[in-house]
Ligand binder design. Structure first.
Ligand code: DP6
Length: 313
């Protein structure tokens, strides 16, 4: 049996919009922090005959039929591309609550790719490809998963995936977990719809400029500048959502209350969290780990009624 686990990640520069859905070719570069507390575990074992199949690890929640199909099809495709014979059972599960809106495909596809390459290496007797090559393969299953291969910071720039040097302090992501109750638009659907937004023109250039700027800010340990760029990027991506065709949005009143709190903190005290929101209502607040308890207390006092999860990079 082969086992692997991989972390989720949260993007500050967002992968949004695909040049091609085949292989998940992004229109722009992206950059993220890995979230080591939010892990997917995958186990793979050979089975005799039949097709590859999936089941949840003990005490893990079942995937939706559509997600199971996408997961298994990805495995079967990369297996066949490498001419690996035999059938396999894949088991997987997350160590974080599946109803928290964090269940991202990033950690699942990264862990599946890592476990698959272990299996292929031992079946074929050939060595596994490098981590960057594995990340490129994982990208073809789910784009954002390629950034879960390098920690604590990872950049995905066309065919290059690798670590990003940073002099920022050690950060913890405080995740304000908010249930919007709205029907969820999947990120795969979001990638399609944003291309019809009038704001999509110029989007790859805006993201590329921010990618360069944020790397400079991170390399010099400039938390304030990093937060400004992440803030601009959050509103850029969500504005694409709000002006897409058909338009859609993820914010709930509580998301906005947390965002207002973060904004006020910067305005009134000159300091605050690096704030971002993915394709969902949860707000991610990256704060220095040494100060996380104080930020946690201040946020819960200002916005009662939210629950917080946390992860270090
Ligand atoms: C908003 O990687 O989930 O989280 O390639 O279709 O699987 P697919 O999309 P996915 O898109 C993630 C979009 C995002 C921003 C990001 O993580 O960069």
């Amino acid at each position: 049996m082969w086992k692997a686990s991989a972390p989720s990640n949260i993007a500050l520069i967002k992968y949004m919009g695909k040049e091609s859905a085949v292989g998940n070719v992004a229109v722009n570069p992206s950059l993220s922090m890995t979230l080591s507390a939010f892990l997917t575990n995958v186990e793979i074992e050979p089975i005799s005959g039949g097709e590859d199949r999936w089941e949840p690890l003990p005490s893990s929640a079942p995937l939706r039929a559509e997600s199971t199909k996408r997961f298994v099809n990805f495995f079967t495709r990369i297996k066949q591309e490498r001419e690996i014979a035999g059938s396999f059972l894949i088991r997987s599960g997350n160590n974080f609550p599946s109803d928290a809106g964090l269940a991202s495909s990033a950690s699942s596809f990264a862990a599946l790719t890592m476990a698959a390459f272990q299996a292929f290496a031992s079946v074929s007797g050939k060595p596994s490809p490098s981590l960057s090559e594995q990340a490129m393969v994982s990208r073809t299953g789910s784009g954002s998963s390629c950034r879960s291969f390098f920690s604590p910071w990872c950049a995905w720039e066309a065919r290059e995936i690798g670590p990003v040097p940073s002099r920022l302090p050690d950060l913890t992501d405080l995740v304000a977990v908010i249930d919007s109750g709205f029907k969820k638009i999947s990120s795969s659907e979001a990638h399609k719809r944003v291309q019809a937004s009038a704001l999509f023109e110029g989007r790859p250039e805006r993201a590329s400029t921010r990618q360069r700027e944020i790397k400079t800010a991170m390399a010099s340990g400039d938390l304030k500048r990093t937060a400004e760029i992440a803030w601009a990027e959050l509103w850029d991506m969500h504005s694409l959502f709000h002006t897409a065709s058909p338009p859609f949005f993820y914010f709930s009143p509580l998301s906005l209350a947390v965002l207002r709190w973060a904004e006020r903190s910067w305005e009134e005290t000159g300091t605050g969290p690096i704030t971002t929101v993915d394709a969902g209502p949860n707000v991610h607040l990256l704060v220095p780990t040494a100060e996380k308890d104080r930020w946690r207390r201040e946020l819960l006092a200002a916005v009662p009624g939210i629950s917080l999860l946390e992860s270090r990079a």
